[in-house]
Design a binder for this molecule. Structure first.
Ligand SMILES: C[S@@+](CC[C@H](N)C(=O)[O-])C[C@H]1O[C@@H](n2cnc3c(N)ncnc32)[C@H](O)[C@@H]1O
Length: 269
């Protein structure tokens, strides 16, 4: 099955460089990387797939825990792979491959572990991707998803708000973009055939000037600013659920918290 797939901004070299620089400065991503390593429970001999590896920012911490094992980073954007190759500190035992997550170019039952970081929300057909991961994993293999998520909707205001946030992100990231919630990721993995092995939703609080270090931060601020002209209950709920902001001259103070998913599935044996 082929999905309509416009060329994302990740195919642009300059965008890839800027993405990588922002990613390198994010303490939230570093902490999620540590949680990912722990969740993968590595002995050091595993063959690991980093799907939608980008510039390899999550492959890096994982590779430090491999001895005889190796890590394969797959991505469809050559620009991201190239920036990954240009890292000043090369990633150990890391092999890059170009390809689409919806048709993983590897044989079945070959990987011990697989992970997808900060990318599930970009896939046009996430269920298809999850089924492909199930196919390439060995029996008992673990798949970890790390992704920013929306809070579960408790009422119609939350539902409208979550839809609005996705709309803002689609303007810059294309029609495929969709933030999930913790339960929608869990259900997706179950539907693909995984046994849910871990369900963590860590939240990171912040109170700072500007959005640096907060993954996808700039677009969250755009969403916040756009809501200021809409129905007041949406703007108020956005503040309660995600972030509040105050302009101070040229700078913006932002404070709030964002939830993330660290959800693992095991390929049943
Ligand atoms: C936000 S980046 C995350 C990269 C990396 N995992 C990280 O967290 O640093 C999203 C990546 O997903 C890749 N991507 C999106 N859709 C894809 C698909 N269908 N197949 C392969 N890669 C895809 C993009 O090219 C991009 O490199």
């Amino acid at each position: 099955m082929k999905h309509d797939h416009h060329k994302s901004r990740f195919h642009d070299h300059q965008h890839a460089v800027e993405f990588d620089q922002r990613a390198a400065k994010s303490e939230i991503r570093v902490q999620l990387g540590e949680k990912l390593v722990e969740a993968l429970n590595l002995s050091g001999a595993e063959c690991v797939l980093d799907l939608a590896t980008g510039t390899g920012r999550f492959a890096h911490p994982v590779s430090r825990h491999l001895e005889s094992g190796r890590i394969v980073g797959l991505d469809e954007a050559l620009a991201m792979l190239r920036v990954g190759q240009e890292q000043t500190e090369p990633i150990r035992s890391y092999f890059q491959a170009a390809g689409n997550a919806e048709q993983i170019p590897f044989k079945s039952d070959v990987f011990d572990r697989a992970f997808v970081c900060f990318s599930l929300h970009h896939f046009g057909a996430p269920l298809l991707v999850a089924k492909e991961i199930l196919r390439v994993l060995k029996l008992g293999g673990i798949f970890a998803v790390v992704d920013p998520i929306l809070k579960e909707a408790r009422d119609t205001v939350d539902e409208a708000l979550n839809e609005r946030v996705n709309q803002v992100f689609r303007r810059t990231h294309g029609e495929n973009f969709r933030f999930q919630t913790g339960t929608s990721i869990r259900d997706l993995l179950s539907e693909a055939g995984f046994r849910i092995a871990r369900f963590d939703l860590p939240t990171f609080a912040f109170d700072q000037e500007g959005m640096e270090g907060i993954p996808t931060g700039r677009h969250w601020l755009e969403a916040a600013e756009g809501l200021a002209d809409g129905p007041p209950e949406l703007a108020e709920r956005f503040g309660q659920n995600y972030l509040r902001w105050e302009k101070k001259g040229q700078t913006v103070r932002v404070f709030g918290s964002f939830p993330y998913a660290l959800i693992c599935g095991e390929k049943p044996g």
